[in-house]
Design a protein around this ligand. Structure first.
Ligand code: ADP
Ligand code: MG
Length: 256
């Protein structure tokens, strides 16, 4: 009779390491239950699938480059009342990614735009989509570098491999002419082909301010808002609320 180790090795040689790694446990479980042979066969393959799925999710999460872990479960809709949980949940069938639509969160600092973008991105990964997170500034630098090396097209093609690109905090800094041109190339390539989740502190009508040139701002905005779900967020800054809660004492001025 072969030993468990020998059988596990055979599974591993067939790239079934999900089964191989847990073979001993799976065998003890089945011995303790009164499962049929067929149920056991089914249990082995399900286990392999689960293991592969969690590895894939883990890899995709790492590849996405999120700066922080922010889940939708942690999001407090009692604090952020300008958006309902139902509105956010309606995005989680990921029809917007399948239809190559965009999602745009507009609002002042601290109202949860980045949190929502990351939370939705994480759920999309769990659902099997490939997501890539970038701050607008980081993305501009990446594109600029690629452009200097004559590799802008190559870089854009790499980004097009993701189903959904998160561009966080567009609008905090003005952009130069080349930056704008690079961004236009990217947005144009993504248009009706991939989804964007965009967060910005500026209403679309003010985009001319950071785009340096209205003539480029208009076609960029046009491509982003055509087929998009736009959420205007308002309310207080959550950061400020946390600070005030921690440091406010009657008669004392809070220090920031
Ligand atoms: P923005 O991108 O709009 O500037 P963030 O998403 O970065 O704001 O939010 C700032 C901080 O406050 C983050 O730590 C975020 O997790 C937290 N936060 C903001 N809004 C909420 C909320 N409604 N519920 C829970 N945490 C929130
Ligand atoms: Mg933000």
């Amino acid at each position: 009779m072969p030993s468990i180790d020998q059988v596990a090795r055979q599974y591993r040689s067939l790239c079934l390491s999900g089964i191989a790694d847990y073979l001993e446990q799976l065998l003890s479980q089945v011995e303790a239950s009164d499962s049929s042979y067929l149920q056991f066969a089914d249990c082995l393959i399900r286990h392999e699938q689960q293991q592969r799925n969690s590895k894939r999710v883990e890899q995709s999460r790492r590849r996405a480059g999120f700066p922080l872990h922010k889940s939708l479960e942690e999001f407090d809709y009692r604090f952020q009342t300008t958006l309902s949980k139902r509105e956010v949940n309606s995005l989680l069938d990921f029809g917007f990614i399948d239809n190559r639509d965009n999602v745009v969160f507009i609002g002042p600092p601290g109202v949860g735009k980045t949190h929502l973008a990351i939370g939705i991105g994480l759920k999309a990964i769990e659902a099997g989509y490939k997501v890539s997170f970038h701050t607008a500034l980081g993305l501009m630098e990446t594109l600029e570098l690629a452009e200097l090396k004559g590799e802008l097209k190559k870089k854009i093609n790499q980004l097009l491999k993701f189903d959904c690109l998160i561009i966080d905090e567009l609008g905090y800094l003005p952009m130069n002419k080349q930056g704008m041109h690079n961004l236009f190339q990217l947005i144009n390539a993504l248009y009706e082909y991939r989804s964007i989740i965009l967060t910005t502190n500026k209403a679309f009508t003010d985009w001319g301010e950071f785009f340096f040139d209205e003539n480029v701002a208009v076609p960029i905005v046009d491509r982003i808002i055509h087929h998009s779900h736009i959420f205007m967020l308002g309310g207080e800054s959550y950061r400020l609320k946390a600070k005030l809660n921690n440091s406010y004492q009657p008669g004392k001025v809070a220090q920031f």
